[in-house]
Design a protein around this ligand. Structure first.
Ligand SMILES: [Zn+2]
Length: 184
């Protein structure tokens, strides 16, 4: 079973969300030059933090509305402020939910970690990874090399949820296994 967070085959560029409709299965994104493979399974960071921020905006908007209702002094200034408030809220919701989320991409060749901030990208081939394990102490994941050493640690914050870390680990091990048995 594929993780629920993924749309396979890939519909949008995992980096910039440009639509990949009509483009070849393995190609460069015309928008950001990211080399995608439509078989990539995307596992995204938890949206918990985004919902917390959106919740704060909502409470703020509710308080503002209550204040206006209580003072009954709704003029043009108040209307402009209210519109401005909702525009800010929608903008924040868009940017937080759609763009600033870390992503892990898994596909037959290996895995890529795309952190929410910055251009840094981590890539590992399945040939270099022997297993992906849950890190009991930190709540994140560990990519293990063939000699048992840690090749790369994925901190808890990357997915922001132990459940998503485990979902990532299960999907990574499954896809790696499929690659090795050449089911692809
Ligand atoms: Zn792109």
């Amino acid at each position: 079973m594929l993780p629920m967070s993924s749309d396979t085959p890939l519909q949008k560029c995992p980096r910039c969300r440009y639509s990949l409709t009509g483009l070849p299965d393995i190609h460069r994104c015309p928008e950001c030059a990211f080399e995608y493979d439509k078989r990539m399974v995307v596992i995204e960071q938890s949206a918990k933090l985004s919902w917390f921020l959106v919740g704060m905006y909502s409470v703020g908007a509710l308080m503002w509305t209550s204040y206006l209702a209580a003072t009954s002094s709704f003029g043009w200034g108040s209307l402009i402020l209210t519109v401005f408030w909702f525009a800010t809220f929608l903008g924040a919701r868009q940017s937080i939910r759609l763009r600033n989320r870390s992503k892990a991409l898994l596909w037959p060749d290996g895995l890529i970690l795309l952190p929410a901030q910055g251009d840094f990208m981590y890539y590992a081939s399945w040939d270099d990874v022997s297993r992906v394990e849950y890190d009991r102490l930190g709540g994140g994941a560990k990519l293990l090399a063939h000699d048992g050493s840690t090749l790369h640690a994925v901190p808890y914050d990357f997915f922001g949820s132990g459940r998503i870390s485990k979902e990532f680990i299960a999907a990574a091990n499954r896809i790696r296994e499929q690659y090795l048995t050449e089911e692809y």
